[in-house]
Design a protein around this ligand. Sequence first.
Ligand code: MD3
Ligand code: FE
Length: 203
Amino acid sequence: RRVELGPGAAILGGFACDQAEALLEQIAYLSSIAPFRHMQTPGGRRMSVAMLNAGPLGWVSDASGYRYTTTDPQTGRTWPTIPPIFMELASRAAQALGFGQFAPDACLINRYAPGTRLSLHQDRDEQDHQAPIVSVSLGLPATFLWGGLQRQNRTTRYRLAHGDVAVWGGPSRLMFHGISELKDGVHPLTGALRYNLTFRKVR
Ligand code: MD3
Ligand code: FE
């Protein structure tokens, strides 16, 4: 099952299903080193999504803005290493869309509880806009909002379910997107949670 979203972008339905348990085990391990936290928006609001970083670079947001850092501002320590099974999955997914040699230097893990949402935004804090972004959904399903190159463009809704992997490259890389408020539910592997892993080449 493959849903084409545009040039260089597609949802690979169930691509990560076989590795879901192993991925969740690594998420649990990473969260024991660098806990999930709710960052502040530059405007001073608490994000409803909880976040965890792995890799040489981690995405942070606070009163001074959005940026990538090499150390965790809360502890001063470097971010945990991206687990090898994450790297291997990200590279296989990129390969499936024709992006060879994908070597991400940032893995952001978003955790959603019922009621959590991610408002429409662009991912433009990365220097490398040639490389795709790979995302992996685990646990409860979500409604993904897919817009255009301008915020006011109309959005299309897609379902992102457990095990779905999406690749966003080419012109799709700078499209507006978001996640609707997560609905209540129970997933056998995650309970009332959804996780999303995004892999990026920042520098
Ligand atoms: C389209 N995450 O972390 S994944 C994000 O489910 C983010 O947590 C969402 O948007 C989540 O920035 C959506 C799908 C996704 C990720 C990155 C994209 C779609 C994208 C970058 C460009 C275009
Ligand atoms: Fe995004």
